[in-house]
Design a protein around this ligand. Structure first.
Ligand code: ARG
Length: 396
């Protein structure tokens, strides 16, 4: 008996894998869908399609783990890959980890299948995650193996009667989790094409946002947001409420050119309202707390982290090293940030912390605590090497 496990979203790419495996002689097919905050209708659709295709379906609820173990670091590292808060990228390692758990629990399996194409980043992230957590698994990506186009997949699905719903009419390829929504494909592949309003679901268009600004207070403890507008919440609820608040004011739409791992440029659209809001607040607090050198170094660390996470390398030794540094900084990132949400922007207007590296007495124009005359010598020697260089140039 041949047995396969499909990492299953219920979409076109993963659905066509099932009849394909049957043709190859697999007689027991399991599907696993990991719930990371995609719409309930996606989860239901996956279950229904798996049932229709005779697969043994597993659903793993990983929402809280995603919020606590993946979104929390994304906030601490101010997740930013050229403007993208890494919403799809951070969830792939978790999906791979959960699929590996199903692989062990419901196995043994002859093969683990995922639906990635050969053009994107997810193939790297998912396969690395599977190799990390299920080193003995044989991993295959049939769409990539076959070099299938979307049209070829639809034709095959129609030929074998696989349930793919409205795939011909559905022009957008959407990936969604708690941390954000990515929309690709169709006419969006032309970078000069303006995204139509219909692609957005989490964020209001500026015409439809409230005409009055709204104030949000976010309280952080050791780099972690713990309450929004005075209400303490578990991380999962906090992120959902941040999504709702910011989305209502049109915050978090991102339209960008992205450099994929394999070197292709791609036009990407994201909606990440909660991520944009929480990261703006977290950054404002770090700016109040961190020492100048520490802040500059943290910036570099954030960039390195984003690069590793974009590549899905959560198991890398550098990942652990960066995390150790970040943890040390976050011990002091405690305090309150207030922001104003209005017409697409989240603007910080107030920040306070017991760890603020800030002295109003010293910086104030109205206070004599700091002896200005002590600056004389320091200012007179500032730019010494630049002056020496200017003199040299004048002589030669
Ligand atoms: N470009 C983004 C990333 O690589 C989003 C990819 C969306 N993936 C998808 N299968 N639709 O992280």
């Amino acid at each position: 008996m041949k047995k396969a496990l499909v990492v299953y979203s219920g979409g076109l790419d993963t659905t066509v894998c099932i009849p394909l495996l049957k043709e190859e002689g697999f007689d027991e097919i399991h599907t696993v869908t990991v719930d990371v905050g995609q719409p309930a209708s996606d989860i239901e659709q996956a279950a229904a399609r798996a049932a229709k295709l005779g697969a043994v379906h597993h659903i793993v609820d990983a929402k809280a783990e995603f919020a606590n173990e993946y979104c929390v670091p994304a906030i601490a590292f101010n997740a930013d890959y050229f403007g993208y808060p890494l919403s799809t990228a951070i969830v792939r390692p978790l999906i791979a980890k959960k699929a590996a758990e199903t692989y062990k629990e419901a196995g043994p399996f002859d093969v683990v299948i995922h639906g990635c194409t050969g053009k994107g980043n997810d193939q790297f992230r998912i396969e690395f995650g599977l190799r990390l957590h299920a080193p003995d698994a044989q991993v295959r990506a049939p769409i990539r193996e076959k070099n299938w186009t979307r049209t070829a997949e639809i034709e095959y699905a129609e030929k074998v009667g696989a349930p793919i719903g409205q795939s011909r009419e559905k022009i957008w390829s959407i990936d969604e989790n708690l941390w954000g929504r990515s929309i690709e494909g169709g006419r969006l592949e032309d970078p000069s094409y303006e995204p139509p309003e219909e692609i957005f679901e989490w964020t209001k268009s500026l015409q439809d946002t409230p005409d009055d600004p709204e104030t949000v207070e976010i309280m952080f403890q050791c780099g972690k947001p713990v309450s929004v507008c005075g209400k303490n919440m578990p991380m999962l609820d906090l992120i959902m409420s941040a999504n709702e608040l910011a989305g209502k004011h049109g915050v978090g739409r991102i339209d960008m050119m992205e450099d994929r791992m394999i070197g292709l440029k791609a036009r990407e659209n994201y909606e990440c309202p909660g991520a944009v809001l929480l990261i703006a607040a977290h950054k404002a607090l770090e700016a109040l707390i961190c020492a100048p050198h520490e802040r500059r170094f943290k910036d570099l660390v954030d960039k390195e982290w984003a690069d590793l996470v974009y590549k899905g390398l959560w198991g890398d030794p550098l990942y652990e090293d960066l995390s150790a540094f970040c943890r040390s900084v976050q011990q002091r990132v405690t305090g309150m940030v207030k922001l104003r949400l209005f017409k697409g922007s989240a603007t910080v207007f107030s920040r306070e912390s017991p760890w603020a590296l800030y002295s109003e007495a010293d910086v104030s124009f109205d206070d004599a605590a700091f002896d200005q005359s002590a600056m004389d010598g320091m200012v007179k020697t500032h730019g010494m090497s630049s002056l020496l260089y200017a003199r040299l140039k004048a002589r030669n």
